[in-house]
Design a protein around this ligand. Structure first.
Ligand code: PXG
Length: 459
């Protein structure tokens, strides 16, 4: 690789001179310099200095089959040699998106049999928004175009993705969101449940905020509700069991479409192919990306339910929407091989019956009791650890989010790559993790928590 001729310092200088990173304080990055990740194998990543890190985030919630899969490289190579690119516009197609669509229809819930491709989760949510509004217009109800979403939701970084999402900071920088999108409370009991309110009741109350938004706008004006089954970037917020059934009931009652964003939860993370199956949700659209290719190629797939698809096909005429790389043949070849690996190795089943329950057990038995930890929670291989100053009162360190960064920095220094979102430490590892990998992760996290506690006490 040509970059091997460069020292870390040289690469950092060039990076600082020319490369604007996503979601980054550029001045701060220029002061500290980027960590250069240069190699990865199985569950580990390695930086330019040879430091090994256990990757607790599967890249960015995506490398579900782990690193170093020759088969995926070979699938891409073979497809590139045969035909690197052709489009799916103008009545053309190529074989791999065709076959991937069939496969996805088989894996998805029964009411979903059509797929629209993009290259990223953000693009796919743009597609979903346009499709849902187009659907109601085709049904003769163009005024039914409002979308109900949630505060702290993350639906991507394009203009539509940012607008659908509920991150205040992102909205402030947008200078004008896509109109007619409202945000209601998130289903996050740890912080938002009232004194004495059970998880069950809190879940119903959080769902009622959706109903209230629908009634306020008038159901005849509301197109859809959009939500991540488990909020990911917002801090792995797992809703109470009462939440999703109630959301489903409300959507049906007011004839509001249900859009799921499974960009993180799709392809095995929660112990089923889709979290729709884990939570028993019947959705009209499911946005997926990331683990569809385990991140080896950029690809997203919007899974479109029969109700919308039938109208689009029968009454739609031309849908003026699509991307150069919709159904990219190389990305789709890699996705097909990736799904084959997940199936062959039984990774979804393993998360459901073995590693997922063990992960939950270890978080509870080994991490939850630590003095800095207010709560642990997980579904499948997706979890969070809440950092608090006082376990009993749930009081946080101030300023908000500062303590989790201390934990994260100690974790990374001790061989554990994990994220801090606000005061939540986040884990979303590759699905190839075994019980032994979970033990190793817990050892490293505990060490980081101890070191952070010492720092925070003396601060
Ligand atoms: N929906 C969800 C639920 C996501 O998590 C997107 C859409 C957008 O996907 P693309 O491929 O356009 O990035 C995402 C992406 C973080 C982080 O800090 C999370 C994401 C992306 C970048 C950072 O956890 N998720």
């Amino acid at each position: 690789m040509t970059y091997l001729n460069y020292s870390l310092k040289q690469l950092q200088q060039i990076d600082a001179a020319h490369h604007l990173h996503p979601f980054t304080d550029h001045k701060e990055l220029r002061e500290v310099g980027s960590r250069m990740i240069t190699r990865a194998e199985g569950p580990f990543i390695y930086d330019s200095e040879g430091t090994e890190l256990l990757d607790g985030m599967a890249g960015l919630w995506c490398v579900n089959v782990g690193y170093g899969r020759d088969e995926l490289a070979e699938a891409a190579y073979a497809q590139m040699k045969e035909m690197p690119y052709y489009n799916s516009f103008f009545k053309c197609s190529t074989p791999t998106p065709v076959l991937l669509s069939k496969k996805l229809s088989e894996l998805a819930p029964d009411n979903i049999n059509q797929v629209f491709y993009g290259s990223s989760g953000s693009e796919s949510n743009d597609t979903a928004l346009r499709l849902v509004r187009h659907y109601w217009a085709l049904e003769g109800k163009p005024e039914k175009n409002r979308i109900v979403s949630r505060k702290m939701a993350y639906h991507g970084s394009t203009v539509a993705g940012t607008s659908l999402g509920g991150m205040d900071g992102m909205h402030h920088q947008l200078g004008g969101a896509v109109p007619n999108i409202v945000h209601v409370m998130m289903p996050y009991a740890y912080e938002l449940a009232q004194a004495g309110e059970s998880d069950h009741d809190f879940g119903l109350r959080a769902a009622k905020s959706v109903e209230d938004a629908i009634l306020e706008a008038g159901a005849e004006n509301v197109a859809a509700f959009i939500g991540e089954p488990i909020m990911g970037a917002g801090g792995v917020k797992i809703p109470p069991a009462s939440y999703w059934p109630e959301i489903q009931r409300i959507c049906r009652k007011y004839d509001v479409l249900l859009m799921l964003d499974e960009v993180i939860t799709g392809y095995g993370r929660t112990g089923e192919w889709f979290a729709a199956q884990t939570f028993g949700i019947e959705a009209d659209t499911i946005t997926t990306a990331k683990a569809l290719t385990s991140g080896y190629q950029p690809l997203s797939a919007l899974l479109v339910g029969d109700r919308i698809a039938a109208t689009l096909v029968d009454k739609g005429g031309e849908f003026y929407h699509g991307y150069t790389y919709s159904g990219h043949p190389v990305a789709c070849a890699v996705a097909l091989k990736n799904l084959e690996i997940i199936e062959r190795e039984g990774l979804v089943e393993r998360v459901k019956t073995d590693t997922g329950p063990y992960f939950a057990q270890m978080l509870k038995e080994r991490i939850a009791g630590h003095g800095l930890v207010g709560e642990v929670r997980s579904v499948g291989l997706m979890g969070a650890i809440e950092i608090v100053k006082d376990k009993a009162t749930k009081q946080r360190f101030s300023p908000g989010g500062s303590a989790a960064v201390v934990v994260r920095d100690h974790a990374i220094a001790n061989g554990m790559m994990m994220r801090a979102t606000g005061d939540s430490m986040i884990l979303s590892p590759p699905l190839i993790w075994t019980r032994a990998t979970i033990d190793m992760a817990c050892d490293r996290i505990l060490k980081a928590l101890d070191l952070a506690q010492a720092d925070l006490r003396t601060a």
